[in-house]
Design a protein around this ligand. Structure first.
Ligand code: HEC
Length: 250
C-alpha cells in the first residue's frame, strides 16, 4: 500500500512538473527551404548573415563556415575579402617563433568571438553560448524552434520568479535562459529596404543558420528530383519492355 501511495505521489508530482514546464507548440513558419523543391533565397541569406554579423556574432561563433564559403550567399570575392579583413586572427609562428595577429583572409574560418569556452562563459554569466553552425540540425524542428526562441521572450507569468541573469522565454525548455532578448525592432538596417521587424530578422537569421547547417541542401534536393525522374523513366521503359517480351507468350 505504502509503495502504491508513493508511486501515485510521484506520478502526480511529475504531471504537475511536466505541465508547469510544458513548452507550447512551435509556430510553423513557411520556409523557402522546406519541401523537396526547397531553395535558399540569396537576398534572404545575405540579410540573415547581416543579422548574425551585427547581433549574434557578439556571443556566438559559426566555426564551420569560412569567409570564402560566403560566395554561396552571392557575395563577390572583393566583398568577402573586406568582410574578412575586419577581423583579427592568430597566426604563426613567424621566423622568430612568435605568434602574431593578422587580418583574416577569405580562407579563414569565421570562428568564435571568444578565444575559448571559459572566456565565453565568463562573459555570459556562466552560460556558454553554443556555436550556431549546426544549431538548426541540433534541435528538434530546428528552424521553427530558433525562430520561436528569438521571438518568444515575454514577461514571466504571475508567481514565477526568474533567476539572476536569466530571462523568461515561452519556448525555451524550462523557460529560463541566460540569453537576453537579442533582437529588437530595427536592430539592423537592411540596405534592400526590407523592414527589420523582430520576426523578419528572426526569419532571415534562421535561413542563414539553416544554410550553415546544410550548405549543400539545394544540390541534394535537386539531385533527389533528378533521381526520381530517372527512376520513373526507367520504370516506364522496363514496363514497356516487359509487355513486349510477354506479348509473344500465348
Ligand atoms: C549577449 C550575448 C548573446 C547574443 C548577442 C546572442 N546570444 Fe544566443 N545565447 C547566448 C547565451 C549565453 C546562450 C546560452 C543560454 C543558456 O543556455 O541559458 C545562448 C543560447 C542560444 C541558443 C541555444 C538555445 C538552446 O536551445 O539551447 C540559440 C539558438 C541562440 N542563442 C541563438 C542566437 C541568435 C540567432 C542570436 C542573434 C540573433 C543570438 N543568439 C544572440 C548569448 C547570446
Amino acid at each position: 500500500m505504502k509503495i502504491l501511495c508513493a508511486c501515485l505521489f510521484f506520478v502526480c508530482a511529475f504531471a504537475v512538473f511536466a505541465h508547469e514546464h510544458a513548452v507550447p507548440e512551435l509556430p510553423k513558419i513557411e520556409w523557402s527551404f522546406d519541401g523537396f523543391r526547397g531553395v535558399f533565397k540569396r537576398d534572404q541569406l545575405q540579410r540573415g548573415f547581416q543579422v548574425y554579423k551585427e547581433v549574434c556574432a557578439a556571443c556566438h561563433g559559426v566555426k564551420r563556415v569560412a569567409y570564402r564559403n560566403l560566395a554561396s550567399l552571392g557575395f563577390s570575392e572583393a566583398e568577402i575579402k573586406s568582410l574578412a579583413a575586419v577581423r583579427e586572427v592568430l597566426d604563426g609562428p613567424d621566423a622568430e617563433g612568435k605568434m602574431f595577429n593578422r587580418p583574416a583572409l577569405s580562407k579563414d574560418l569565421i570562428g568564435s568571438p571568444f578565444s575559448n569556452d571559459n572566456a565565453a562563459r565568463a562573459a555570459n554569466n556562466g552560460a556558454l553560448p553554443p556555436d550556431l553552425s549546426l544549431i538548426v540540425k541540433a534541435r528538434t524542428d530546428g528552424a521553427n524552434y530558433v525562430h520561436a526562441l528569438l521571438t518568444g521572450y515575454e514577461k514571466p507569468p504571475e508567481g514565477v520568479s526568474v533567476g539572476d541573469g536569466q530571462y523568461y522565454n515561452r519556448y525555451f525548455p524550462g523557460h529560463q535562459l541566460a540569453m537576453a532578448e537579442p533582437l529588437r525592432e530595427g536592430a539592423v538596417s537592411y540596405s534592400d529596404g526590407t523592414v527589420a521587424s523582430v520576426s523578419q530578422m528572426a526569419k532571415d537569421v534562421v535561413t542563414f543558420l539553416a544554410w550553415t547547417a546544410e550548405p549543400e541542401m539545394e544540390e541534394r534536393k535537386q539531385l533527389g528530383v533528378k533521381v526520381i525522374l530517372y527512376l520513373l523513366l526507367m520504370t516506364g521503359l522496363f514496363y514497356a519492355t516487359m509487355r513486349r517480351i510477354w506479348s509473344r507468350v500465348k
